[in-house]
Design a protein around this ligand. Structure first.
Ligand SMILES: [Zn+2]
Ligand SMILES: [Zn+2]
Length: 401
């Protein structure tokens, strides 16, 4: 990097730090008024209003509460998409912060308040200060938490109305030091599938098991058998998770129940392993049930796909980060995560990069290491300046005139 570029990165960080207090207020305002997926009415109003004032062409209604702000400049034909998520979670907040949720039982416990405020901060700086040539699309999506808002926006024509040559999204990461950015080429987040196994047996008197077909014992064997799929069927160098999160059967000690129901969460980091898990879980549940004289009905519901970062685009995104904060604050090829993310649907259609920004390691008594989805979690406001500086530099570089 040249001295001029270094100076530029330094000035950019300083400018966005100076501008940050306004957006820290925005973030805390959104935090105080969290909204569940597809119900981000207040939040999307706030986003749309700000984008409009900044001169963006604003489109609403994609995915219900989704908002897209578009800015075109110069003759450039390149197009770029940056995405933030807006929804909160059904959690009772326990942070005790002055800007705690005023909505009972709803909380921004994943930092989407921060992602939205960060992209708005970038929107302001870019509109006023960044030279580029091409089309910038700022995508504010609803319902990331399990409801697939990104998929809904795609189905509603997101990429037809707002074509993007590349797309980017940023998520905060507790445990990663503030000021640090993490990248990964290839699979970064797992697919997430839901399975319900219903075992139909023959109920009876607990004293006369020989006259019944016990679905509870069959269920217990299935819970143990499922563990062998990860240990015996999946390549040891690949990753897979099978979690039986719920097993419901029976109600009293002396009655053999008619039915048992198991609910599973299944994760993989490659489409091949995902296929294998589906095949083996179905086969094993059915065969195991049969061996106990009961029948198994397996409902396999596919959730978010594996999130795969494009190597070329990730290389570019990483270079931008390195020029902004220096190599010492970059994790160039971090470990993948077994959690999932609906930005994966967008990355199935457009090359792009999903990156992580450190929310803090918790050193010095900070709360930054508190994991997302915990009632004590809070977004680190220092990330608004860094995140928006990163978005600004990325736009400038990607949409060079
Ligand atoms: Zn989350
Ligand atoms: Zn999240």
């Amino acid at each position: 990097m040249s001295v001029v570029e270094e100076r530029h990165a330094h000035d950019l960080l300083a400018a966005l730090k100076a501008q940050a207090p306004e957006f820290i207020e925005v973030r805390r305002d959104i935090h105080r008024h969290p909204e569940m997926g597809y119900k981000e009415y207040r939040t999307s109003d706030l986003v749309a209003e700000r984008l409009q004032k900044l001169g963006y062409r604003v489109s609403r209604g994609l995915g219900g509460t989704g908002v897209v702000g578009q800015l075109r400049r110069g003759q450039g034909i390149k197009t770029l998409g940056l995405r933030a998520d807006m929804d909160a979670l059904p959690i009772v907040e326990e942070t005790g912060l002055p800007y705690s949720s005023c909505m009972p039982g709803i909380m921004h416990a994943c930092g989407h308040d921060g992602h939205t405020a960060t992209l708005l901060a970038a929107a302001k700086h870019i509109a006023g200060n960044v030279q580029f040539s091409g089309t910038l699309n700022l995508i504010f999506q609803p319902a990331e938490e399990g409801l697939g808002g990104a998929k809904k926006m795609l189905e509603d024509g997101l990429l037809q109305q707002f074509p993007c040559d590349a797309v980017f999204a940023m998520h905060n990461m507790p445990g990663l030091a503030q000021g640090h950015l993490m990248f990964r080429e290839g699979p970064m987040m797992a697919s997430s599938d839901y399975v319900t196994i219903t075992l139909h047996g023959k109920g009876g008197h607990g004293a006369m098991p020989h006259q019944a077909a016990d679905p509870l014992v069959a269920g217990a064997a299935i819970v143990l058998g499922l563990q062998s799929i990860v240990s015996r069927n999946v390549d040891p160098l690949e990753s897979a998770v099978i979690t039986v999160g719920s097993f419901q059967s029976g109600s009293v000690n002396n009655v053999i129940p008619q039915q048992a129901v198991l609910s599973l969460s299944v994760r993989a980091l490659s489409p091949e392993v995902r296929e294998l898990l589906q095949k083996r879980i179905t086969e094993l549940a059915q065969a195991q049930a049969q061996s106990y004289g009961v029948s198994a009905q397996v409902e396999y519901q596919r959730g978010y796909p594996v999130l795969v970062n494009d190597p070329g685009v990730t290389h570019f995104a990483r270079q931008v980060a390195q020029d902004l904060v220096g190599a010492a604050r970059i994790t160039p090829q971090g470990k993948p995560l077994t959690s999932s993310e609906d930005f994966a649907y967008v990355l199935e259609q457009v090359p792009g990069c999903y990156l992580l920004i450190g929310n803090g390691s918790g050193e010095g008594g900070g709360h930054g290491a508190c994991m997302v989805h915990n009632p004590g979690y809070d977004f680190n406001d220092d990330n608004i300046a860094l995140g928006s500086a990163y978005w600004s530099l990325l736009v400038e570089r990607y949409l060079q005139g």
